[in-house]
Design a protein around this ligand. Structure first.
Ligand code: NAP
Length: 233
């Protein structure tokens, strides 16, 4: 199976890539920074030498980036079985004071990237009548929280998209899985002074997602909600 993962060079995306490689998936890894992707590729190759890994620098928040990615996939002549819409960005701010452009940036990166990339890949997945689409939403898709309004708006949109897609694809054989993690140690939390055990590990997310791939074709995990054992921050 081939898995395409956006935002795979760091954090949760990197952990998902490792977990899927453990299950024997070949990988197409995308982010904007090729050297970071090359490091991840090397790490996974050391653990799983038989896995094929392709890497591409592309900005999936833009139509041009999505076009570049689709051209890359066609050039590779591979069938994508699993899409993971993970690329995301967090910018703090409230509706009353957030910088102009912040909402647009987060909508483009956190929501429109998933919407347009999924639309590009769907005709292929529909022909195959199988596969899985994971959308990395957030606890912030369920509730708002202080100083996170624009982020929450983008993540509510992504979860709404994911639910609509699940409804549309019920009869298609394609599984749609919304992943809603709480606070997870990644670069997004750089500089935050909290004990290690207060947040989840990125590997926790990858492990649960890989487990959901083991179900029979007649079952789907619709929502994966993960929180730190000590609860939300
Ligand atoms: N960490 C948490 O607590 C948490 C909780 C819930 C949900 N999430 C969600 O999980 C996802 C991953 O978050 P993370 O914490 O792992 O973030 P991260 O460590 O900052 O990693 C983000 C990844 O996305 C890539 N990326 C960002 N913008 C991109 C773009 N326009 N095009 C292509 N790639 C792009 C980054 O690489 P480049 O910068 O090189 O492009 C990087 O690989 C996000 O959707 C986030 O909202 C995170």
């Amino acid at each position: 199976m081939n898995a395409l993962i956006t935002g795979a060079s760091k954090g949760i995306g990197r952990a998902i890539a490792k977990a899927f490689a453990n299950e024997g998936c070949d990988l197409v890894l995308v982010s904007r920074t090729l050297r970071d992707l090359a490091v991840v590729k090397q790490e996974i190759k050391l653990l799983q030498p038989s896995i094929t890994i392709h890497i591409l620098a592309a900005d999936v928040s833009t139509q041009a980036g999505i076009k570049t990615l689709m051209t890359f996939i066609r050039t590779l002549k591979i069938d994508i079985d699993i899409l993971v819409n993970n690329a995301g960005v967090f910018l703090p701010g409230e509706i009353k004071n957030s910088a102009v452009g912040n909402l647009e940036k987060m909508m483009d990166t956190n929501f429109f990237s998933a919407y347009y990339l999924t639309r590009e890949l769907l005709p292929h997945l529909l022909t195959k009548k199988s596969g899985a689409i994971f959308n990395i939403c957030s606890i912030a898709s369920l509730d708002s929280y202080p100083n996170g309004s624009d982020y929450c708006i983008s993540k509510f949109a992504l979860y709404g998209f994911s639910k609509c897609l699940r409804q549309e694809l019920k009869e298609s054989g394609i599984k749609v899985i919304s992943v809603l993690p709480g606070a997870t140690w990644t670069d997004s939390w750089k500089g935050v002074d909290l004990p290690n055990e207060r947040l989840m590990q990125a590997d926790d997310i990858g492990i649960m997602m890989a487990a959901s791939l083991k179900l029979s074709p007649s079952a789907v995990v619709e929502d994966i909600i993960l929180r730190p054992q000590l609860g939300d921050l």
